[in-house]
Design a protein around this ligand. Sequence first.
Ligand SMILES: NC(=O)c1ccc[n+]([C@@H]2O[C@H](COP(=O)([O-])OP(=O)(O)OC[C@H]3O[C@@H](n4cnc5c(N)ncnc54)[C@H](O)[C@@H]3O)[C@@H](O)[C@H]2O)c1
Length: 236
Amino acid sequence: MALLDEKVAIITGGANGIGLAIAQKFAAEGATPIIADMKAPAEGNFFFVETNVTQPASLTNLVDQVVAKYGHIDVLVANAGITEHKGPVSQLDEENWNAVINVDLNGVVLTNKYVVAQMEKQGTPASVINTSSILGVVGAANSQAYSAAKAGVANFTRSQGVTYAKTKIRFNAIAPGYVNTALSKTLPESVTSTMAERMPIGRLLEPEEIANVALFLLSTALTGAVINADGGYTAQ
Ligand SMILES: NC(=O)c1ccc[n+]([C@@H]2O[C@H](COP(=O)([O-])OP(=O)(O)OC[C@H]3O[C@@H](n4cnc5c(N)ncnc54)[C@H](O)[C@@H]3O)[C@@H](O)[C@H]2O)c1
């Protein structure tokens, strides 16, 4: 039996990058990943529901479609995100501020709202992972909406963890450093090498490494399994 057999996992922003790596990792462990994105997945054979995380009606449709097809939702990875126009606050582009806050913070909160309501009804073990960022933890120059949104995601997640502590729903946030996704591949080498230098590990992270963290969080929150020192796991 695989670690995530019979688990149904919604992954927003799962069509590319980190979200796609998480979907692939969960599928390899027996889960049924649902890709909820504005775009179809770049690769793989996943159940895809076209979704805009800023629109309540779109999220209601997502939950309805998944419950109609699979009967339950065990995992949410609220991962959809966009980047910002960088600069000092005196040059703030209000339209871009609103767009980034709307997707990166409001979108995470709204997705939690509609999916967690379904998890509450089920009453079975469930796990929510929200994607924050290193920029939500430390100060980075010229980052406005993105840093604010990602810090908001981290503390929103802490609040929900406490709120739901006596239930079977667990909340965690992941705060990746710089990751080697399609976005970073479009940047000049001078920028990516600076990003790599800022990483204690001395290189950009690979999406699969973030997917391993998501799997680790699920393994204890959802299944009670214990990860062993060799990277394997023991089911409880
Ligand atoms: N790449 C990095 O270095 C890095 C570092 C830290 C955190 N993150 C965060 O990780 C998450 C994934 O990033 P990525 O690098 O894989 O990005 P990506 O651009 O490869 O993927 C993001 C996905 O989100 C989708 N999306 C955007 N707006 C949406 C909306 N309104 N509704 C539904 N889907 C929407 C996009 O279509 C895309 O498929 C983001 O939240 C990002 O902020 C990324």
